[in-house]
Design a protein around this ligand. Structure first.
Ligand SMILES: [Zn+2]
Length: 279
C-alpha cells in the first residue's frame, strides 16, 4: 500500500473526526449550566487570592534563584541556565495571566471591581490591555466559531483562503507559520487586528475609538492604555537603575514568553477538526 495506503487511512480518520462535529448543538447552554452543581458557580475571593499569592511567591523564587546564582555560573552553564529560567518564569507568569483572563470573565470574586482591579494589574504587567482585551474576548466567547461574527480564530470559507496559505502548506512553511504566529501573533493582533474580525476599517486594541468597542467601553480602553504606559514608565526607571540587559533577562523575556505560551494554548484550543471552542 505504501504512502497511498497511509493517505487513505488519514482521510478516513479525518472523516471520522468530522462526523463527531454536531450540526445542531446537542444541548443548550442553560442545560449545561443546570448539569453543573451550584457550588461550582460560587466565587471565593479567598481561594482566588490564594492562587495569585501562590503564583507570585513562585515567581519571586524563580527570580531570586536566577538573580543570585546565574551571574556566578561559568559562561557555558549560564547560557543554558538563562533559557531554563525564561521557560520556568514564563510558565508561572502564564498562570498569572490566566487569572487575569478569569477576572475578565468575572470569575475571580463576587465583586466586579475586585475582578477588574486584579485583572488590570496582572494584565498590565504582562503587556496586555486588560479592559480592551476583556471586551473583544467576551465577543469571541459569545460568537465562537461564527464565520461572520467571531473576533479571532475565525473559521475561513474555502473561497477566502489566501494564496500564500497554499504555498506555506508544507512542513517548512508550517514551521514558519507557527513560529510567526507564536511570537508575533498576539502583539500583531492587538496592534493591527491581524486575522481578527473584519470591521471595514483599521482596528486595534489601543484606540478608544476602534470599531472593536462600543461607546460604553471606550473610557476603559483608555484606562488600559494608561495602565500599559504606567508599566512602560516603571520599566524605564528599572532600566535606569539596573540596566537594560538585567531588565530584559529578568522580566521582558519571561513576560513576552507569556504571549508565546498563551498563543500556543489558544491555537491548540482552536485547531482540532471537531473543535468546539470554550476558551
Ligand atoms: Zn475566556
Amino acid at each position: 500500500m505504501g504512502a497511498g495506503g497511509r493517505m487513505s487511512d488519514s482521510s478516513e480518520e479525518t472523516k471520522d473526526l468530522l462526523k463527531r462535529v454536531p450540526i445542531e448543538p446537542p444541548f443548550s447552554l442553560s442545560d449545561l449550566k443546570k448539569a453543573i452543581p451550584a457550588h461550582c458557580f460560587e466565587r471565593s475571593v479567598i481561594r482566588s487570592s490564594y492562587y495569585v499569592v501562590h503564583d507570585l511567591i513562585v515567581t519571586y523564587v524563580f527570580y531570586f534563584l536566577a538573580n543570585t546564582y546565574i551571574p556566578s555560573l561559568p559562561s557555558p552553564l549560564a547560557y543554558l541556565a538563562w533559557p531554563v529560567y525564561w521557560f520556568c518564569q514564563a510558565s508561572i507568569l502564564t498562570g498569572l495571566w490566566v487569572i487575569g483572563h478569569e477576572c475578565g470573565h468575572h470569575a475571580f470574586s463576587e465583586y466586579q471591581w475586585v475582578d477588574d482591579t486584579v485583572g488590570f494589574i496582572l494584565h498590565s504587567f504582562l503587556f496586555t490591555p486588560y479592559f480592551s482585551w476583556k471586551y473583544s474576548h467576551r465577543n469571541h466567547h459569545a460568537n465562537t466559531n461564527s464565520i461572520d461574527n467571531d473576533e479571532v480564530y475565525i473559521p475561513k470559507r474555502k473561497s477566502k483562503v489566501k494564496w500564500y496559505s497554499k504555498i506555506l502548506n508544507n512542513p517548512p512553511g508550517r514551521v514558519f507559520t507557527l513560529v510567526f504566529r507564536f511570537t508575533l501573533g498576539f502583539p500583531l493582533y492587538l496592534l493591527t487586528n491581524i486575522s481578527g474580525k473584519k470591521y471595514g476599517r483599521f482596528a486595534n486594541h489601543f484606540d478608544p475609538l476602534s470599531p472593536i468597542f462600543t461607546d460604553r467601553e471606550r473610557i476603559q480602553v483608555l484606562v488600559s492604555d494608561l495602565g500599559l504606559l504606567g508599566v512602560f514608565y516603571a520599566i524605564k526607571l528599572l532600566v535606569a537603575a539596573k540596566g537594560f540587559a538585567w531588565v530584559t533577562s529578568m522580566y521582558l523575556i519571561p513576560a513576552l514568553g507569556v504571549h508565546v505560551f498563551f498563543v500556543i494554548i489558544t491555537y491548540l484550543h482552536h485547531t482540532h477538526l471537531s473543535f468546539v471552542g470554550i476558551w
